[in-house]
Design a binder for this molecule. Structure first.
Ligand code: PHE
Length: 461
């Protein structure tokens, strides 16, 4: 049963645990393990973490629930969902922005996902052993800029993603995430323990947990909001799409809370795995996107049993990335498959190919084709920053406004309490947040952050 095709019923996730595995799989990704530690490192550590946590709770959870509500109510992909719930209006544009974001996010995300495969290869063939910092930097920058090699890994990663999505919601997405997510959890806990037991680890804990409020400004707040949206997979319809596969008997509020908590826990665990080690080996934490590719191999090299930890770390990164890329690809596939009536298989092949092409240009923008840049940002940086700090907050804003103001409150509450069969005590709080608090907060943080940093002037957003 492929779904989307005329005579077969629409697919759904088969169990509650399957829903959580798939949605947490989407949320937990490079955003937690690659992006969170370096963005936190660049923005002051503890102060950033606190702002981030506040945004997850106040805005992230309600926005995630909003997406689930829209998706499950409409039983459609993001564009079709707005069409069905608000026919004849401009709202489907929000869905289109989501489909566009699926392309821009996957284009740069699979570049980094490809790097994880290269590093897996380098670890297995002992090529990172006994390299000095300079050599590790060299290895990374030469590889990233080399053109065909990162492109090859990126294509491999897209093929893996396409393969799982091709197999459908239950047999592809649910089945694979149910295996990969427990594995991921085990690995990150093991790494956290290893890092925390290094001598000198306490400095890292201080960095991550001791807030210095003087570090918080409008730019840091936008970074924290963008990171929260990116990490929770909010704002581009991924969770509308997954929501549309959640059965009517499932508790959407509980699901949103569990998934957000799991995602936050994994981001903190990633911080615990990385910062104590960084400080134990006296390295500066603001290394930027290269943190896990240059700094960590250096640490692993000096650590007893380091190769094993290095191996599982890059396996972890690859798995985390894969359970996220399938959720992003599924947005495009659901849209093409359902709205353009192509069916799953054709839609998967078409979107995989189209995204791979954009992805290849993105990867090449970091090396052989530096002319692919706008306002001083390479295509890669541009897609990363525009997606996280512009498209997702904007999409998230529209989605909470839609649930807060366009849908009737009775309809929303009925979706949350499963037509009166659940208690859903927090529903009034949720309604208040999506009507007032979340839209105002997102708009303020967004405008302030953009204004201060002059985004298109190439500022350091
Ligand atoms: N949440 C994913 C991560 O943290 C990335 C993602 C963003 C996935 C948007 C889907 C939608 O890596």
């Amino acid at each position: 049963m492929q779904g989307f095709d005329k005579n077969t019923p629409r697919e759904s996730f088969g169990s509650q645990i399957g829903v959580i595995a798939a949605a947490a799989g989407s949320a937990v990704g490079l955003g937690n393990i690659w992006r969170f530690p370096y963005v936190a490192g660049e923005n002051g550590g503890g102060a950033f973490l606190l702002t981030y946590l506040a945004f997850v709770l106040l805005i992230g959870v309600p926005a995630m629930l909003s997406e689930f509500v829209v998706g499950r109510k409409a039983q459609r992909n993001p564009v079709g969902a707005f069409r069905r719930l608000a026919p004849g209006s401009a709202w489907p544009a929000v869905g289109f922005i989501g489909v566009a974001a699926a392309f821009t996010i996957l284009a740069f995300y699979t570049t980094v996902a490809g790097w994880t495969l290269e590093y897996l290869y380098l670890t297995i063939f002992d090529k990172l052993d006994h390299l000095q910092k300079k050599d590790l930097e060299n290895t990374f920058t030469t590889f990233v800029a080399s053109g065909w090699r990162p492109v090859m890994w990126q294509v491999v990663f897209m093929l893996l993603t396409g393969f799982i999505v091709f197999k459908g919601v239950k047999n592809g997405i649910e089945r694979s995430t149910k295996i990969m997510m427990p594995l991921l959890l085990l690995i990150i806990i093991a790494l956290g323990i290893r890092s925390l037991t290094l001598p000198g680890a306490a400095e890292g804990l201080k960095f991550l947990f001791r807030p210095d409020f003087s570090k918080i400004n409008a730019g840091v707040m936008l970074q924290a909001l963008g990171q929260a949206f990116f990490s929770l997979s909010i704002g581009m319809g991924t969770l509308i799409t997954y929501g549309s596969y959640i059965r009517k008997s499932e508790n959407l509020g509980k699901t949103a809370i569990s998934v957000s908590l799991a995602d936050t826990a994994i981001a903190i665990l990633a911080g615990l795995a990385i910062f104590p080690a960084v400080f134990a080996f006296k390295i500066t934490p603001e290394a930027g996107p290269s943190l896990v590719f240059i700094t960590l191999p250096m640490i692993f090299d000096q650590m007893a049993g380091g190769v094993i930890f290095e191996l599982v770390f890059f396996i972890l990164l690859a798995i985390a990335a894969l359970t996220s890329t399938i959720s992003v690809l599924e947005v495009a596939v659901a849209y093409f498959g359902e709205e353009l009536a192509m069916g799953r298989k054709k839609a998967t092949i078409l979107s995989t190919v189209a995204i791979t092409v954009l992805g290849i240009f993105t990867t090449l923008s970091m090396g052989p084709m530096p002319e692919l840049s706008i306002a001083g940002l390479s295509l890669f940086d541009l897609l990363d920053k525009t997606s996280a700090n512009v498209l997702l907050p904007l999409g998230g804003l529209c989605i909470v406004l839609f649930v807060g103001w366009k849908l009737r409150p009775e309809e929303v509450v009925s979706e949350i309490n499963n037509a009166g069969t659940l208690k859903a005590r927090l529903a009034p709080l949720f309604m208040f947040i999506v009507k007032f608090l979340a839209p105002v907060a997102i708009a303020l943080v967004f405008l302030n952050g953009l204004g201060l940093f002059g985004f298109f002037g190439g500022g350091d957003l």
